[in-house]
Ligand binder design. Structure first.
Ligand code: C5P
Length: 297
């Protein structure tokens, strides 16, 4: 028997970053929006814990115990006195190390798949607790939709969204290390105020109004990502020149996200971005998307 779970990518429509905390993390006001690019994690009983991966970027996915899918299986098993003898296969469609929570998606997916496979019966609260232990973005991968993340991003409040938003994601060559981007943020902006969510942004989400959301998009990590990868400025310029309502670095980057007015605009902006030669590829997607879901049992 196998269990397959589908998990969405995310974009941060607002990422307000506060000062570094004593534990090294940063307090955030992090507005997550799940988007319709998905990884699928399949859990199958095996002799021992093993991770495999397929997809265009599979060679860049670590298959050892540092993979959040493996860590999720180990944490759930340890809590329930089980040995994590499971084969976790990741069908990867979310850009790797791209600022779209692809690794976090695999952690949340593996957790839900192992819970179903082993009949662990973990409560939602326990699953969310394990997600927070795995990483700051992992709880949101489980929940999906739209949510405000506070603390280091792991404390979630679900947010209402009044319509469908259309996006184009420009996928860059290679990844960016999240710790490196936060370190660059600290170097560029050593004195920052406590992070606060934008009321205009919450209104735009609630109204499902793309023009209003475009005006409210904000990512405090963007200057740091641009400092480490100056060529992202060319990608942002190409997307807005092609008619996007707004462009922003997704999370810690280097994927850039373009909000567009409808599906037709998504197609033309994606084609223009590819033609511009400023990105490796471009993907279209919509939001909000549902969180981690079991597909087969
Ligand atoms: O929680 P996660 O493992 O995804 O975090 C990866 C790294 O990103 C952390 O080690 C830290 O350097 C940085 N980070 C941070 N503040 C946050 C979230 C992540 O500084 N709120």
């Amino acid at each position: 028997m196998s269990i397959t779970v589908r998990v969405p990518a995310k974009v941060n429509v607002q990422l307000a970053v506060g000062p570094a905390r004593p534990d090294g993390f940063h307090d955030l006001a992090n507005v997550f929006l799940a988007v319709s690019l998905y990884d699928e994690v399949t859990a199958t009983p095996a002799e021992s814990l093993r991770v495999t991966c397929e997809g265009p970027d599979a060679d860049r996915v670590p298959l050892d115990r540092t993979n959040l899918a493996a860590r999720a299986a180990e944490l759930l098993a340890a809590r329930h006195g089980i040995t994590p003898d499971v084969h976790l296969h990741i069908a990867k469609d979310i850009p790797v190390a791209g600022g779209m929570a692809g690794g976090s998606a695999d952690g949340a997916g593996a957790l839900l798949a192992c819970d179903a496979l082993w009949g662990t019966g973990a409560s939602r609260a326990e699953l969310l607790d394990i997600c927070a232990e795995l990483g700051s973005d992992v709880p949101f991968s489980l929940v999906g939709g739209a949510a405000l993340g506070t603390g280091r991003g792991e404390h979630l409040t679900e947010l209402p969204v009044g319509g469908t938003f259309h996006w184009v994601f420009a996928v860059a060559d290679g990844g960016l290390s999240t710790p490196a981007v936060y370190a660059e943020f600290d170097r560029l902006a050593p004195d920052v105020p406590a992070p606060a969510v934008s009321p205009a942004l919450l209104d735009a989400l609630r109204a499902g109004d793309p023009a209003a959301l475009a005006g409210a998009l904000a990512n405090d990590l963007q200057p740091a990502a641009l400092s480490l990868r100056p060529s992202l400025a060319d990608t942002l310029a190409a997307g807005t020149a092609a008619g996007a309502l707004a462009g922003i670095v997704s999370g810690s980057g280097p994927t850039t996200a373009f909000l567009v007015k409808d599906a037709e605009a998504a197609g033309s902006v994606a084609a223009a971005l590819v033609a511009s030669g400023t990105c490796r590829t471009a993907r279209t997607a919509t939001s909000p998307a549902p969180g981690a879901r079991v597909l087969t049992a």
